[in-house]
Ligand binder design. Structure first.
Ligand code: SF4
Ligand code: SF4
Length: 302
């Protein structure tokens, strides 16, 4: 029987997740919980209720159909008891303002392939293909493996974006069906990595070693967050990896964007870095300049 996975988004015509025009398939579930995550709805492996506060008119229709007493209106504010939600979907249907949705849907390989193949001509003309992202796509390993195999059979180029915090065995097994690996490098010191992401980075760096030694093209993806990872020490550590792995296909810095905070509120989790604004293009350009001055010539803004 064909595998299924909990998918939270499929973005067609994506140009930021690998070369060319791509279809990016986002899978739910991640073992990290980075403070700056811009897809916090990806962390839980399960579907979740998502509330667009800005669209809500407080009409109260959701509360009328909900049997779990999730929706409340207190002091002119619509509050949601996310813990109680059984994901029946009745309030989503009842809301005429699209203020509610369920994030994450179980999809089969065939269903995802239909979306992916719809843009096949764009891939051929642009050097694009499919990118598996998330969340951490290797956590839903059997699905990811089978989907990538199917893509290869159909002549679709494949990228996988990984946090690197995955089973070594799974990494080994999946690399033969991956054309380009987008490998995250977040924080250089392991204790700080644990503080900011919830896990240390020792096994991540081991997995980077393993992947690099196979000869697969790797693009290092480095989120840079003001006050956390915009330090000279971290930039030097990116340069050190550049020297250690001279055949890296690319190094992308991903300037902090605060989009994740609103989303955290929408799924009922605590806000992080609430006072931190998105990075301006000028500051991002300075970071890039710093990296180039350190000798990181292949660095670019991702
Ligand atoms: S039905 Fe929609 S618009 Fe009305 S109160 Fe509920 S979420 Fe808000
Ligand atoms: S999905 Fe169902 S249980 Fe959850 S809030 Fe909506 S109506 Fe209530």
């Amino acid at each position: 029987m064909s595998e299924t996975a909990i998918v939270f988004d499929i973005q067609r015509a994506s140009i930021h997740d690998g070369p060319g025009i791509r279809t990016t398939v986002f899978l739910k579930g991640c073992l990290l919980d980075c403070l700056w995550c811009h897809n916090p709805e990806a962390v839980s492996a399960k579907p979740q209720l998502f509330f667009h506060f800005d669209k809500c008119t407080q009409c109260g229709d959701c509360a009328k159909v909900c049997e779990e007493d999730v929706h409340h209106f207190i002091d002119g504010k619509h509050t949601i008891d996310f813990e109680k939600c059984s994901l029946c979907g009745k309030c989503v249907e009842a809301c005429n303002y699209n203020a509610l949705k369920i994030i994450g849907k179980e999809l089969s390989i065939d269903e995802v392939m239909r979306e992916v193949m719809a843009d096949f001509d764009f891939y051929s003309n642009s050097g694009g293909g499919i990118t598996l992202s998330g969340g951490e796509p290797l956590l839903q390993f059997s699905f990811s493996m089978e989907l990538l195999q199917r893509c290869k059979e159909m002549g679709v180029s494949t990228c996988v974006e990984t946090s690197g915090y995955v089973s070594e065995v799974h990494l080994w097994e999946i690399l033969p069906v991956v054309d380009i690996l987008l490998f995250d490098y977040k924080i250089s010191r392991s204790d700080e990595h644990r503080n900011y992401t919830g896990v240390p980075n020792d096994s991540i760096l081991r997995n980077l070693d393993i992947a690099y030694d196979t000869g697969i093209p790797i693009i290092l993806r480095c989120p840079v967050v003001p006050g956390i990872s915009d330090t000279e020490h971290h930039f030097k550590s990116i340069r050190a990896l550049d020297e250690k792995y001279p055949n890296l296909k690319g190094i992308e810095i991903l300037p902090y964007h605060n989009i994740g905070n609103n989303k955290r509120t929408s799924i009922g989790t605590h806000e992080t870095l609430a006072d931190l604004n998105s990075t301006s293009p000028e500051v991002a350009a300075q970071w890039l300049e710093q990296l180039k001055e350190l000798g990181c010539v292949k660095a670019r803004i991702g």
